[in-house]
Design a protein. Sequence first.
Length: 364
Amino acid sequence: MAKSFQLPPLPPKINYEPLVRVMGEAHHAIGELNGLLRKNILSPELLGAPLLTKEAVLSSRIEGTQATLEDVFEYEAQGKTSQLDNKERDIAEIINYRRAMNFAIEELKNKTISQSFIKKIHYLLLDSARGADKDRGKFRSRRVYIGMPGAPIEEASYVPPEFQDLPRLLNNWEDYINSNREKDLLAQIAAAHYQLEAIHPFRDGNGRVGRLLIPLFLYQRDLLSSPLLYISEYFEKNRRDYYDHLRGVTESGDWEPWLKFFFLALINQSLKTQNSIAKILELNAQLKKQIIAVNSVHAPDLLDLLFSSPMISFAKIKDKLKTKNPQTIYNLLDKFVQMKILFEEPGRQRNRVFVFKQLLDILK
């Protein structure tokens, strides 16, 4: 397939009739999640930090990274600044994903999803990571193709539109994603996700940008009060189906299987996210009562820190906690260990790391 794909513009021709039931279930699941988010007593940042890190890990894994959730939290606990090895490059990509999401949430408070917006996200995603030399924050200015590493273009599985067509296609995409022309918002973001992947506007990082936009769109359109619905876990577990359904739209213009798959992903992840949030809230309430026995004004702050960073070191606590007294911090750590809230990683004489296992277990 050496010829560039002639991508039809949006809007797509969607037959909604066979989609009504699954689409309704997706709206119901998202509505329930939004209800839970609105009743949430924790700050969105405190609740969202561990869930966003998990999403960043799984979205990056689709692109080939191998780092785990624990690898990321441990790396941040130790505050490494040395030259990056392969695992640390993976971790850098994951941290960049989280930074890009946090930036995007703030940006969307005053702006729309636009071409400049996705270029800013792309710039952050590829900061100091693999692909940083691939036109960070810029649309591609050359022909690209998708296939086996090292294979010639004649053996490509997909050749995206020529770069000369990007302005026309991206103007159409931007107009569509900000319009009210589609009958259903969930179908709209599903179609916009396919279209951006098919346009392939960047040399690298297209998938991560596209997946990150899904919860941001739901947040912008007030389907979620906070963009805490992360879909990459479902896409990663069903990776072959994910790519096959996208390819099906390209090869036959068949939108129905892709939309059904997308709605099922929303249903599955809405329910999983509700379950995780409920467990996190329950754990937080339980431990807030438990730490009263610590009898320290700093104990609640340390607990909050653990919910955003479930692997922690003395240096990180000292940086984040209001007290700078080392003995106060050591006493707090000892008490949290005695209460089995924290567990010290064995075998470390220096750079001791403490693990909040109960939260990590919820995230797995």
